[in-house]
Write a protein that binds this ligand. Structure first.
Ligand code: ADP
Ligand code: ZN
Ligand code: MG
Length: 479
């Protein structure tokens, strides 16, 4: 069987995180609200009303375009009406951008495992409003208009992706960037990041673009990967059987994991686009553009590279620490406060702090743990004042704590017990209370020593110097 190369381009919709909608003052985020409460005459398309552009949406879109190296952010771009009929679109048209989008020609640098950076071209980036939501319930269609007029950025890539895995990587990195810049929460399950995947195949080395299909309605990265993979395989089977690929729109069924044909594709003529007469052009002044570009923080990949450079961290650590921006901030502030080996801080952050973060379902910034307190805890462990185990517990206690870890140690008497007499006495008691275990140790079951160490730790509230405890117990047992 000949090999095929897959060719994939994505059309993504990004829900821009703003307080109000794009053309009216209604609350944009309705996730926790009942249906049809965040609506007004503008976003429900009543006659005689006029939309007013929310400038915050423009600012965030310009920032995103800058982060994607889109040199061609337009000083003036235009809204257009995209006409179509659908029950969740009360105006009968969507306000979007068409022939004059906000930005063209950007690129996204995509790190791929075991490969150099791949560059994915961004053909265009434009603003538009979301439509409402149709809910299918017990054979009925219910419409929720809350989502009407929620701001979206549509971002279209060039057909530069080459596999289902690359598609998944692209979405993971895009999500990271969107959160990093606080442009969107980019939660696919909540529809804040949506993606239609265009798929075709060709012979390797060919530059030709063959007819493609478009997969819609996929709501997680795992599902996008699966759907794209399934479609690549279907196209290969078709071509192998001598059939041609037709430009279908395909629907992904989450539950059954299968693609089905939705409709043949609309052409642009179907939408009868024309300039939106109710809105002025979107203007982005040079000075504003520059100010927004300068306000961009160091981007994830640059920061990852700098963490390796500046702190001598392994690539692996730097990757994890830059998963999320407040985590990278937390790490760097902790390192400064610690003034020791950054790798030691990295280990604590990657193991213990991240565990707390995952448990809390929060970001590092929301955890309520001060970097200076982490630094202090590591120092207390380094100096032998507390055991590593106590240190880990302190981390939990230090969240939202008024007092410093050192104060907590003093108040709760958590100082490590290294005093041999104290340890010897506690160990003696344990041996006395457990004659059976002592016997089996002496009969040759040496592995039971670990159990004794555990008992001694419990006896001392985790404060025993582990090395000393072990030596002492061994000495007593060997007697
Ligand atoms: P359409 O005719 O569907 O409007 P566009 O040229 O506007 O096509 O591209 C829409 C999306 O499809 C883009 O993300 C683009 O990269 C992708 N695309 C275009 N041609 C192909 C192809 N032959 N195979 C895969 N993706 C493609
Ligand atoms: Zn409204
Ligand atoms: Mg198109």
């Amino acid at each position: 069987m000949p090999e095929y190369e897959s060719v994939i381009g994505l059309e993504t919709h990004i829900q821009v995180k703003t307080r109000s909608k794009i053309f009216c003052g209604c609350k944009a985020d309705s996730w926790n609200d009942p249906p049809n409460v965040n609506i007004c005459p503008v976003c429900t398309g009543l006659p005689g009303v006029l939309p007013v552009l929310n400038q915050e949406v423009v600012a965030k879109a310009v920032q995103l375009a800058s982060a994607l190296h889109a040199e061609s952010i337009q000083g003036e771009s235009y809204f257009a009406r995209k006409n179509y009929f659908y029950p969740d679109l009360p105006k009968g048209y969507q306000i979007s951008q068409y022939d004059e989008p906000l930005a063209r020609a950007g690129r996204f640098e995509l790190p791929l495992p075991g490969r150099a950076l791949a560059t994915v071209g961004i053909s265009r980036l434009h603003l538009e409003e979301d439509a409402g939501r149709t809910i299918y319930q017990a054979g009925r269609r219910l419409i929720d208009f809350n989502r009407c007029g929620v701001p979206l950025v549509e971002m279209v890539t060039e057909p530069d992706l080459r596999s289902a895995d690359e598609v998944a990587q692209f979405l993971i990195r895009l999500r990271q960037l969107l959160r990093w810049l606080d442009i969107s929460d980019a939660d696919m399950e909540r529809g804040q990041l949506r993606c239609d995947a265009n798929v075709s195949i060709r012979e390797p080395g060919s530059q030709q673009l063959n007819p493609k299909t478009e997969i819609k309605n996929v709501n997680s990265i795992t599902n996008v990967r699966q759907a794209v993979q399934a479609e690549i395989e279907r196209q290969i089977r078709e071509v192998e059987a001598g059939r041609t690929i037709e430009s279908w729109t395909l629907d992904w069924d989450d539950e059954r994991g299968v693609l089905s044909r939705m409709r043949s594709k609309e052409t642009e003529a179907d939408y009868r686009y024309f300039r939106e007469p109710d809105l002025l052009p979107i203007r982005v002044e040079e000075t504003e553009k520059r100010a927004l570009q300068q306000a961009l923080p160091e981007l994830p990949l640059a920061r990852r590279a700098r963490l390796v450079q500046a702190y001598g961290l392994p690539e692996y650590d730097a990757e994890i620490l830059t998963e999320e921006r407040s985590l990278a901030d937390f790490f760097e502030t902790s390192v400064k406060a610690y003034a020791g080996d950054p790798k030691r801080v990295s280990n604590w952050v990657m193991n213990d702090v991240l565990r707390l973060i995952r448990q809390a379902g929060a970001t590092a910034g929301e955890l309520g743990l001060q970097p200076a307190h982490l630094a202090e805890i590591i120092q207390l462990v380094d100096s032998g004042m507390i055991t590593a185990g106590v240190g880990k517990e302190l981390l939990e206690q230090a969240r939202n704590a008024e007092r410093s870890p050192r104060q907590l140690v003093e108040e709760q008497g958590l100082i490590q017990v290294t005093d041999s007499d104290v340890l010897r006495e506690a160990a003696g008691k344990i041996l006395q209370a457990n004659p059976d275990q002592v016997e089996s140790y002496r009969a040759g079951k040496k592995t039971i020593l670990g159990w004794f160490v555990g008992q001694l730790m419990r006896e001392t509230g985790g404060r025993a110097d582990a090395k000393k405890a072990r030596e002492l117990l061994q000495e007593l047992l060997e007697r």
